[in-house]
Design a protein around this ligand. Structure first.
Ligand code: SAM
Length: 296
């Protein structure tokens, strides 16, 4: 068996472990070919059948890592492959075969095919596992410098103008870091539309060509990024991230209703601290209202 080695000097012999029956969702690199896990290589080396969104891309990746096909079938599959192809794969799984599924790049199902297959496998009660790995959205989030405690990945914005506007309006109030994929051709327009709909002062980040030679991370306010990008030619693969909306301004009504909910399960002191932190209002003011409400 051929071996691949890594720069740390360790080596990996793929396929020594038997791959159990079932569907194995294999994440593949989003740029740098060496961003593949040892377990992903094991699965690719040992699965009975290889299934791929693009069979040429998968063969090439296996070649790079010295994994022989060894006469195994490589079947093309994406979400529009049709019922016949899906039944064929489910049939192989029902026979107890192990299938490795890889999309064109990154994590299958994430703006990539695989969802219909995974759903059918789950519904049929057949075994399924994932060999996790690269995903452009997560890679971009970790590099962005934006809050990572809560995020919303919204895939590609629709290209039709009306649908795109509704898509952005829906995202505008969300209290989470927003992550979208976009083509370089539409990036300038998207940033301008985001500046209008989400607000030009919101912090945003554009990640381009992650893990590749021309990797670039641009940070700034939405309005400034929209201007910068409008004045240069952008190429490559893109992830756009936007900081969450600033919290809505507290009114007397919102303060009272937040306190009423909090007072159901907390002491006056704790409710005042919680609401003052959540709504960004002085604790002294909130405590006074909480005391009145608890006594009334
Ligand atoms: N399944 C992939 C994943 O896990 O990220 C996403 C596949 S989707 C068809 C392709 C889009 O992902 C690209 O248009 C781009 O928005 C984003 N993307 C993929 N690779 C990237 C990279 N190296 N740098 C920046 N964005 C990337």
């Amino acid at each position: 068996m051929r071996q691949t080695s890594d720069p740390a000097g360790t080596s990996h012999t793929p396929g020594l472990r038997a791959i159990p029956p079932g569907l194995h969702l294999v994440s593949t690199p989003i740029g740098a070919a060496r961003d593949i896990t040892l377990r992903a290589l094991d699965v690719l080396a040992g699965a009975d059948v290889l299934v791929a969104e693009d069979t040429r891309t998968l063969r090439h990746l296996m070649e790079i890592h010295g994994i022989p096909l060894a006469g195994r079938q490589v079947i093309a599959y994406h979400d529009h492959s049709g019922e016949g192809q899906m039944q064929r794969l489910l049939g192989l799984l029902a026979e107890g075969k192990s299938l490795a599924y890889a999309s064109e790049a990154g994590t299958p199902l994430i703006s990539d095919p695989g969802f219909e297959l995974a759903r059918a496998v789950a519904a049929a009660g057949l075994p399924m596992s994932a060999a996790p790995g690269p995903c452009a959205a997560i890679c971009a989030l970790t590099l962005s410098g934006l809050p990572s405690d809560r995020f919303l990945f919204a895939g590609f914005p629709p290209s039709a103008q009306g649908a795109r506007r509704s898509f952005l309006e829906e995202l505008a109030p969300v209290q989470a870091t927003l992550i979208v994929y976009e083509s370089p051709k539409r990036l300038a327009a998207l940033l301008a539309e985001m500046a209008t709909t989400l607000g030009g002062t919101r912090q945003a980040v554009v990640c381009r060509e992650l893990t590749k030679r021309f990797e670039e991370v641009l940070r700034g306010r939405l309005a400034d990024l929209a201007d910068d990008v409008a004045n240069r030619e952008i190429k490559g693969e893109i992830v756009v991230l936007v900081d969450r909306a600033p919290p809505a301004e507290a009114t007397e009504d919102s303060l009272r209703s937040a306190l009423d909910v909090a007072l159901q399960s907390m002491s006056v002191k704790d409710a005042a601290t919680f609401v003052s932190q959540t709504l960004g209002v002085s604790r002294k003011i909130v405590y006074k209202i909480a005391l009145d409400r608890s006594q009334g």
